[in-house]
Structures are given as C-alpha cells and as structure tokens.
Design a protein around this ligand. Sequence first.
Ligand code: SAM
Ligand code: SF4
Length: 323
Amino acid sequence: MIDLLGRTIDYARISVTDKCNLRCRYCMPEQGVELLSHEDLLTFEEIQRVAACFSRLGIHTLRVTGGEPMARRGCLDLIRMLKQTEGIRRVTMTSNGILLRGRVAEAKAAGLDGLNLSIDALTPEVYAAVTRCGDVRDVLAVMQEAVDLGLPLRLNAVPLRGVNEKELTGLAALARDLPVDVRFIELMPVGCGASQAGIPVAEVRKMLEAAFGPLQPDEAPHGQGPASYGKPAGFKGSIGLIAAVSDAFCGRCNRVRLTPEGRLKLCLNRSAGMDLRQMTRAGCTDEELTETIRREILQKPPRHGFGENIPDRDARKMNQIGG
Ligand code: SAM
Ligand code: SF4
C-alpha cells in the first residue's frame, strides 16, 4: 500500500522474540536483561493472522527477526506457516546463525527464501569481543551450509571504531570468494548503540577501495533493503553499504515492523505502535484488524530523527524493538 507521503509499503519485519543467545555490545547490555514472558508474545497463529492482514494490504515480503529468532522454540514451524499464508510470497530471516548450525536444510525445506547472517568479525577473539560470548566458527559453518544449499545469503556487519575495524576487509573478501553479498551497516544510536562509536560507510568504502579497487555500482536487484551495492573487479558477490545515519533513506522507506508483543511499529526510532495483540485478543474481526493496520500505516512518520530531539524516541534496546 501507499502511505500519505507516497511511499510504497510492501515489506514487514516480524520480530518473534526479544531473547538472544548473544550479547552484542551495540545491541544488548551484558547483564540485567529483562525479557518478555511467554504469554506476552504473540502466538504463531496470531503472527500468521497479522501476516494475512499485511498481505491484504500489499505487503507480500516478510523477514523474521528478533532478538534471535532461532531462540524462539519452533521458529522454523513459524517460517512454514508464514510461507503458507495466502498472499505471502517471500519469507526470509535475519539471524546470528549460531542456533542454525546443522539446520539450514531444514529451514530451506520449511520455505525460507533467504538468510541474512550477522557476522562482525572473522577473528574468533574479535567476534567474541563484539558478541561477548559467540564462536564465529558456528556462523561460518552456517554460511557454508547456506552456500552449499544455494540459499540466497547476505552477511551483515556493523563497523565499530577500534573494535572490528581491522576485520572489515577480511569480511568483504568473503564476497570475492563466495556468491554472497557482504553488507556494512552504519551503527544506529538505538539502545546500546548510542554508547558505541560507529564508522561512517563513506569511510568503510574508502578502506575497501584501497584494498580491492573501485566499487563498480551494481544496480541489480538485491532484495527489499536500503543498501547501495557495488562490486570490485573479480568479486562473485557484492558489497552493500547501508548509510542508516549519514544518509537517511526515510523518503524511500518501504517497511513496517511487528514487535514480539504485537505492536505495529512504523519506524525503528519512534515509540508509537498500535497494540495489535490487545485487539486480536479482544476478538476483533479480520476486517477490523486489516483496517486498523491500514490507517496506522498511512500515518507512518516522515523520518527516523536520529540525532534529533524528538519527543517520541523509542528508548528501548534493539533486541526489544526488533532489529
Ligand atoms: N539476532 C539477529 C542478528 O543479530 O542477526 C537478528 C536481530 S539483530 C537486532 C538484527 C540486525 O540488527 C543485526 O544485523 C545487528 O547487527 C543489527 N543491529 C543491532 N543493533 C544495531 C545498532 N545499534 N545499529 C545498527 N545495527 C544494529
Ligand atoms: Fe542478539 Fe542480534 Fe542483538 Fe547480537 S544483534 S545481541 S545477535 S539480537
């Protein structure tokens, strides 16, 4: 559907849990994490019902995320249910990968159309320093499983000053050697990200061009996201740069989010969000639910307002909002 600012909204990110098996320094605190109880979470049937409303409004592509989606029991069953929902054409997942080890074939068989794996470093010590507990060898094993199965794969990294700076060319080289896209996402000042130092993607580009030569613009379609893609000579995959902060793409924003507790969020950085769980549990009809979502989406905020003193900033952590 089209919002009041003329933006086509055709993509939803569905967060299925605020739980995670890692504690990435820019996303979650190391300790003292308060989590939702199971009753607070939308059930799989409730998520499917909202997905069906989305599809009636022209949102046919879904990404399952979190927290760590695989930390919710039965996540692959949900993938299957979403894929079978009328009007839903594409279901993908963003994951840190660890709990997917040995299960990528199962995920593909459930209907998964693509996987984004977060991997901020290749050196085990640096990866462990970013995630505070993960083993990068698990992620690399999952990457290989996906490549072997021909599952479309993208690797995401958040460049952090003085933390994984020296890892970035090694990560980019994965796109030289494998048919995968490697994307660098600018650190957003959301939750724990506000206390970290990111690296602007313009600087990342310079670093990569110094190592691999010029990034030739790559205009081929690469999914629903806001990354701009380029390819150094001889690369099998592409390099994606996501200028989430330095070049806000809000004017082209195509997405809405569903939080684990069933709030429809229209912008990552805004606290507002219609409580769809309350509506569904109060017994609303499918028509009422669809119409409410339609009215909400029409009012999608014009911009995220990072760095601005906006009154409705969402002060929660990324794992709670749904990344
Ligand atoms: N746990 C899964 C994962 O890490 O892929 C899915 C959820 S995670 C919140 C989704 C993505 O958000 C990850 O690629 C992560 O690197 C990114 N992310 C989290 N906090 C961020 C921040 N403050 N700025 C930019 N990206 C962030
Ligand atoms: Fe977990 Fe993903 Fe957040 Fe890292 S970025 S703590 S893997 S939810």
